[in-house]
Design a protein around this ligand. Structure first.
Ligand SMILES: C[S@@+](CC[C@H](N)C(=O)[O-])C[C@H]1O[C@@H](n2cnc3c(N)ncnc32)[C@H](O)[C@@H]1O
Length: 194
C-alpha cells in the first residue's frame, strides 16, 4: 500500500448528512459519486466465499482492492483508493495480489477502467459494475457477464439508496472461475459466459 493514497474503510457510513440535504439531492447532483448498494455487494460476497477469498469483519464482502472509492462507500475493501490518489494508475495486482478486485468506475469515463479490469483480470479475479452498454466502444464481454434484472438503486454520497439507475446495469467478471460467478449472480439477472 506504500505510496498509494488509501481511503480507510472506517469512513463507511460517514457520508450520511442531514435530512434537509438528502431530500433535495437529485441524480444530476451526484455525478460520478454513486455508491454500490448492498444488493450488489452481497452477490460479490457470495462469489468471494465460493472462490475461497477471506471474508471477515474488516473486509466483509471479501474484496481486496477497490481502486476507485470515495466518501460513503460501503465496499469495505482491504485497500481502497480515492481521489486525489489515482487508482487508475495504481498497480492493482501488486496491491491485491491474488485477492479480489472490485471496480465501480466513474460512469462518465468507464473506458480506461474497464480496459484495465480486462488486463488485470488475466492475473486475478476482477468484478466490475458498469452500465449495460454492449454497443459502446469501451464494452468488454469479459469471462462472464450478468445483465442485472431491473434497475439498481445506487447509494448517493449521503449514504442513502434512493434513485433507480437511469440505465440498465451489468456486472462483468474476469477470472478463472466464471461458473462460480454465474452461481453467485444467477438470481439477480441473466448471466452469459461469452
Ligand atoms: C461510481 S463511484 C464508486 C465508488 C465506490 N467504489 C463504490 O463502489 O461504492 C466512482 C468513484 O471513483 C472515484 N474516482 C474517479 N476517478 C478516480 C481516480 N482516478 N482514482 C480514484 N478514484 C477515482 C470518484 O471520486 C467516485 O467516488
Amino acid at each position: 500500500m506504500g505510496g498509494v493514497g488509501v481511503a480507510s474503510a472506517r469512513r463507511r457510513g460517514g457520508g450520511v448528512v442531514g435530512a434537509v440535504a438528502t431530500e433535495v439531492l437529485k441524480p444530476a447532483d451526484v455525478g460520478d459519486a454513486w455508491r454500490t448498494p448492498p444488493v450488489v455487494l452481497e452477490r460479490v460476497r457470495e462469489f468471494a466465499e465460493l472462490a475461497g477469498y477471506h471474508v471477515d469483519v474488516g473486509s466483509c464482502y471479501g474484496v481486496a482492492l477497490d481502486p476507485c472509492s470515495g466518501p460513503g462507500s460501503i465496499v469495505s475493501a482491504r485497500t481502497e483508493i480515492a481521489l486525489p490518489a489515482d487508482g487508475l494508475a495504481a498497480d492493482w495486482y501488486g496491491i491485491a495480489g491474488d485477492g479480489l478486485v472490485f471496480v465501480n468506475p466513474p460512469y462518465s469515463k468507464p473506458g480506461k477502467w474497464v480496459a484495465k479490469c480486462e488486463e488485470v483480470g488475466r492475473q486475478t479475479d476482477v468484478i466490475a459494475l458498469v452500465t449495460a452498454a454492449p454497443d459502446t466502444a469501451w464494452w468488454r464481454w469479459a469471462d462472464a457477464v450478468c445483465f442485472w434484472r431491473g434497475r439498481i438503486k445506487f447509494i448517493g454520497p449521503d449514504g442513502i439508496a434512493r434513485f433507480p439507475a437511469r440505465t440498465p446495469s451489468a456486472v462483468l467478471y474476469w477470472g478463472d472461475v466464471p461458473e462460480l460467478f454465474e452461481h453467485a449472480f444467477r438470481t439477480v439477472g441473466k448471466v452469459v459466459r461469452p
